[in-house]
Design a protein around this ligand. Structure first.
Ligand code: NAD
Length: 424
């Protein structure tokens, strides 16, 4: 009997499911594997009671979803946001399965979070929230089970609170239980720059394939946070002329190329880490929109949905590397394809983050620490190999890179599920 295909009223989950079914059908994956992989292995919901500073108690909802542990322990972030719910976690966990598979690392996919507004909470309230949540999802966490990391509105601090709580409960230090920890406490040198370095590496590898010298290439980078700033810096260090950068304060343009080191200086001296006033010291002008400039390469590294039905027709770049998660909507993607633009998909381009997390976990398991040079050298090598693999696969099948990456990722998981059998 063929099992009915899943649909969801949650847009994110439905998009993840339909993209999976589309790729699976194109690959000719059998219905047994399609049924298994379209469901999550485990979906845990916990209540998280927190004593607030005024003495009252708020009970928050917390989630942890493990979509697949076929390739290894599930891996994925923990986010604190009012929008968090089970369906969102499930969609993001499934995407993590494909991301880890494509990256060639020994992880499945997971995701978790708490439905809360951390901007209204004190540090002590967030500590109590993190510790109680950590304690309640602890039965399914473990260095060989499920390894969370920071995500939206969480950082190394939340990871330390959760690690400390679980370590105390188990009466044993658990450094490899979580990644994204501070360098001073079991973290890794190089992790902070890893995602941007990986995004830029995909861009530079594409230039190599196209026979373009980086110093003759122009690029625009949207977003100057963790991902965007290190993408811009790595590209600029390689000789690429970055003609535009941006953040929430606006877009900054120079036809002669933006001085990225100066942009870092301005951003770091700003209490909110913003580019406020950069046009005055950066020898550049403020423009309406960095997406629409005349640049060959575009790196959207800010947030989801920025390139959509409205903005896609105005984009002049021929090559778009997705640094953020989901910066192009499905209808935006179609418009770009019709206009002849080539897109490198997010779960290939920004996988430097999770590869870097894998490095942290591997070091923690062994109790040794690599130098930053070792870390960067390994990261760049893996990113180049992965990029080439997807490029070659897309070329051989004459399909877009996004579909090629999804198919290659699904195939690796499907092969292992087939080998291990359905008793998982
Ligand atoms: P961040 O908060 O450090 O930076 C986001 C940047 O985007 C900021 O500079 C912000 O000002 C800017 N921005 C927001 N809205 C904008 C707009 N409308 N126009 C222009 N700029 C805008 O976040 P981040 O960690 O750099 O993450 C960025 C994206 O990359 C997210 O989609 C995230 O999920 C994804 N991502 C991050 C990592 C990581 O390791 N940090 C890994 C994989 C994927």
């Amino acid at each position: 009997m063929v099992q009915e295909r899943r649909k969801s009223s949650n847009v994110l989950l439905d998009t993840a499911l339909q993209e999976f079914y589309g790729a699976a059908d194109e690959m000719g994956l059998n219905e047994k594997l399609i049924s298994i992989l379209s469901h999550s292995e485990r979906r845990l919901e916990v209540s998280v009671p927190v004593e607030m500073d005024d003495g009252s108690v708020n009970v928050f909802s917390g989630y942890r979803v493990q979509h697949s542990t076929a390739l290894g322990p599930s891996k994925g972030g923990i986010r604190y946001d009012p929008e968090v719910d089970m369906d969102e976690c499930e969609a993001l966990a499934m995407l993590m399965t494909w991301k880890c598979s494509l990256a060639g690392i020994p992880y499945g996919g997971g995701k978790g979070g708490i439905s809360c507004d951390p901007s209204t909470m004190s540090k002590k309230e967030k500590e109590r929230l993190s510790r109680t949540y950590g304690a309640r999802i602890s039965p399914i966490l473990g260095k060989w089970k499920d390894i969370p990391a920071p995500d939206m509105n969480t950082s190394g601090q939340e990871m330390v609170w959760i690690m400390d709580t679980v370590s105390k409960m188990r009466e044993e230090l658990e450094p490899s239980l979580l990644t994204g920890k501070p360098v001073s406490y079991w973290g890794s040198k190089g992790r902070n720059e890893a995602t941007g370095r990986g995004v830029a590496t995909c861009g530079l590898e594409l230039m190599k394939i196209l026979g373009k010298n980086p110093s003759s290439v122009t690029a625009s980078v949207q977003g100057f946070g963790n991902v965007g700033s290190y993408t811009a810096k790595t590209l600029s260090d390689a000789g690429v002329k970055i003609v535009a950068i941006s953040d929430v304060t606006g877009a900054y343009y120079s036809e002669h190329g933006i001085d990225i080191n100066k942009a870092f200086e301005v951003q770091r001296s700003n209490p909110k880490k913003l580019l406020t006033g950069f046009e005055k010291v950066g020898n550049c002008e403020k423009i309406e929109n960095e997406l629409f400039v005349e640049a060959e390469f575009l790196f959207p590294c800010a947030r989801d949905g920025m390139i959509n039905r409205r903005t896609a027709p105005e984009i002049k770049a021929r090559y778009i590397i997705e640094g953020a998660n989901g910066p192009i909507t499905p209808d935006g993607d179609e418009i770009l394809a019709k206009n002849g633009a080539l897109v490198v998909p997010d779960f290939l381009a920004n996988s430097g983050g999770v590869i870097g997390s894998y490095f942290e976990w591997a070091q923690n398991l062994q109790g040794i620490f690599w130098t930053e040079e070792e870390y960067n050298e390994k990261l760049v090598r893996i990113m180049k190999d992965n990029f080439r693999r997807v490029w070659d696969y897309a070329e051989s099948k004459k399909i877009r890179m996004r579909r090629a990456a999804t198919m290659a990722a699904i195939q690796r998981v499907a092969d292992v599920v087939e080998m291990r059998g359905t008793f998982l």
